[in-house]
Design a protein around this ligand. Structure first.
Ligand SMILES: Cc1cc2nc3c(=O)[nH]c(=O)nc-3n(C[C@H](O)[C@H](O)[C@H](O)COP(=O)(O)OP(=O)(O)OC[C@H]3O[C@@H](n4cnc5c(N)ncnc54)[C@H](O)[C@@H]3O)c2cc1C
Length: 337
């Protein structure tokens, strides 16, 4: 394809694809999403989700994307009934001294280290900050509605290569998550399996986390009518079936943080595969084997929601840098097919 008004094809309709597609529509581009899984069946739909840069690299880029996303979530929280985004206080507890603020503290202006008197028994350090909590099924539906309402197009198709995606447009934006193993032949991308349990909310209104628990992560994410209790992080585990014993152990860990959870009615348990990438998020301009320009945006690990708006802005800048008069050149060498 070749055009003075190039069509951008976005591969993927998880949080990365939808957010990027929305930004590209705002740039005035014709945008078409192609995905084999609908939004509600993506990893993104299983995220907890909070604004927090967990299991993601490289820190210097992740910090910028995290910081850029924060004000967008803050403004989305003003319409929480439609967006599913609310702001909550988050308390992070640590069993050994941190030796200072976390690496991403510059992205959280109200982050405050806790004094000894504010820490529960057994904890040596901690901090609190305001955090966006996102109801992902509702939020993804909101993003998709906005994309379609602004003239975006959504196609369901399974792609066997990125050059196949180029049949749908003049520029490819690749937001395929774990699908990069196949679509980009990128073995550096691998799953980190996460399981959580949803229970009735017994009145909890702040996020509470202990990532130093000897039995595994413990975090409580209060949503409006329920709490998500996490979690697990199993490297290179592909099984998407939740286990009852895993959920029982998650509940025990979280009940240590808040005893009200002991009797809370269980509602559902879910598993998702975080798209972690050795070397960190791949966000860069590339040329496919047939010469089509491609911007990659995948490998967001445990922080795809947190980084989403910052990454979408950077992708949009790269697409803008290509100009509007894109001629698909003859097949180039060295590109990703
Ligand atoms: C349990 C759990 C908790 C999490 N909690 C948080 C959190 O609190 N905060 C946070 O920021 N992040 C969190 N994450 C991480 C977050 O969910 C991911 O980083 C994010 O969802 C990645 O989004 P994505 O759009 O890049 O990928 P996905 O959501 O995986 O979407 C990929 C898209 O690409 C499409 N695709 C792939 N291959 C092909 C192909 N061959 N052909 C066509 N389409 C294809 C798929 O259909 C899909 O639409 C959590 C993850 C898990 C599992």
């Amino acid at each position: 394809m070749s055009a003075a008004d190039p069509t951008v094809v976005v591969v993927g309709c998880g949080v990365s694809g939808l957010t990027t597609a929305l930004r590209l529509r705002r740039l005035g581009r014709t945008v078409r999403i192609v995905a084999d899984r609908p939004a509600e069946r993506t990893t993104s739909a299983v995220a907890g989700a909070t604004w927090f840069p967990y299991k993601v690299d490289p820190p210097h880029r992740a910090l910028g994307w995290t910081a850029a996303s924060r004000p967008v979530f803050e403004s989305l929280a003003a319409s929480s009934e439609t967006t599913g985004v609310v702001l909550r206080t988050c308390v992070m507890l640590h069993r050994s001294p941190l030796g200072g603020a976390p690496w991403w503290a510059d992205a959280a202006p109200d982050l405050a280290l806790l004094g000894r008197a504010q820490l529960p028994p057994g904890f040596a350090d901690g901090y609190s900050f305001t955090q966006a909590v996102i109801d992902m099924p509702m939020y993804l539906a909101y993003l998709l509605d906005r994309f379609l309402a602004h003239g975006g197009e959504l196609l369901h198709a399974r792609l066997s290569s990125l050059t196949e995606a180029a049949r749908y447009g003049d520029v490819v934006v690749n937001c395929c998550g774990l699908g990069a193993r196949e679509l980009c032949d990128d073995p550096a991308t691998y799953p980190v399996r996460g399981q959580w349990l949803r229970v009735d909310n017994p009145g909890i209104d702040r996020v509470l986390a202990d990532f130093d628990h000897p039995d595994g992560d413990a975090y409580i994410i209060p949503h409006r009518h329920s709490c998500i209790l996490g979690g697990t992080a199993d490297e290179n585990a592909w099984d998407e079936t939740p286990g009852d014993e895993v959920s029982a152990r998650i509940r025990r860990r979280c009940t240590e943080l808040d005893p009200r959870l002991a009797g809370a009615r269980a509602l559902e348990q879910r598993v998702g595969l975080r798209p972690v990438r050795r070397g960190g998020v791949r966000l860069e301009l590339d040329t496919l084997a047939d010469g089509t320009p491609c911007v990659h945006n995948y490998g967001h690990g445990g922080a795809g929601v947190t980084l989403s708006w910052g990454c979408a802005d950077e992708v949009t800048d790269l697409v803008r840098s290509l100009g509007t008069d894109i001629d698909t050149p003859p097949a180039a060498t060295g590109g990703t097919s």
